[in-house]
Design a protein around this ligand. Sequence first.
Ligand code: BDR
Ligand code: CA
Length: 328
Amino acid sequence: MTIASKPKIILDTDPGGDDCFALLWLLSLVKQGVAELVAITSVDGNVHARLTFIAAGKLLKLCGYNDVEVGRGVIGGSAGKIADAGEIHGADGMGNLSHTLPDDPQRAYEMARGSEEILIEQLQAKPGEITIVAIAPLTNLAAAERRSPGVLKLAKEIVIMGGAFQAPGNVSSEAEFNIAYDSRAAQQVFSSCDNLIVMPLDITRQLIFTPELAAQVSAVNPTSAIARFIVDLCQFMVGTALKFREVVGESGFLVHDAVTLAYLFYPETLLFRRAQVEIETQGEWTTGKTVIDRRRQPKTGSNAWVAMEVDQQVVLTALVEDLKFLII
Ligand code: BDR
Ligand code: CA
């Protein structure tokens, strides 16, 4: 693979089974020399911020990238209105497998810098250079913008997994988890920037990762601890995906968050439309809904590119082939 300039990435994440796959994919791209992981800003979401911090640190340690800083997430985005997603991702956010992964004694949640502080520092130090890959509630990003107005505009782009347009939501009929969990944060981010790339459920629902794909990855080096984690996490996630009817009749689970890497490294797999995305924050039944004006009339502004179509076979093949690099 050749790439003109290596993206400098901050991953804002709340691991989460699909977040783990996104991070492993990103680390494989770092290992291949085509991406730079500047920092991970963990956040409250799928499970509590303390657990997402621990999960991110353990994955980095597992893969030998323990020198990457992990920020401590801003807490309280949902204010208890939306339940976390521990039932889907496991109580630890990683399929109840965290006890099988190495601890990193160098990391302590209490000592870590705040995620919003890292975002501000990096964006101000490298204006126009940092790509934020945001695969979780947007609480950290909104906190950074509140503390330093205009800072998010310094990002090269902000690639967000979130929202649902034609497709139904997953926390309500209308709303998707990452947006609904902290809809006010999402509103703040969407009203502060026009450098947004949005990957909604409309396309991520097509990305079904199966145990057969996990086995293909693992076959390259079955004794590797990373391979075992991939197989075991996939198995756990398939169980809850079926239980919560996220996949219909197929034994697999949705790797929502991974599609952000497809946009950055395999952009030919996606089609987009330009739009002004608004966030519903006050609806009685629709809070967290992402809204665009679909009427055929002149539009006066736009803040985002919204992914409309994905070539799921090519994305899943790229994910599998890249993950193999991580375990050889
Ligand atoms: C999003 O919600 C979370 O549960 C997943 O990790 C993903 O980021 C999908 O709606
Ligand atoms: Ca996530």
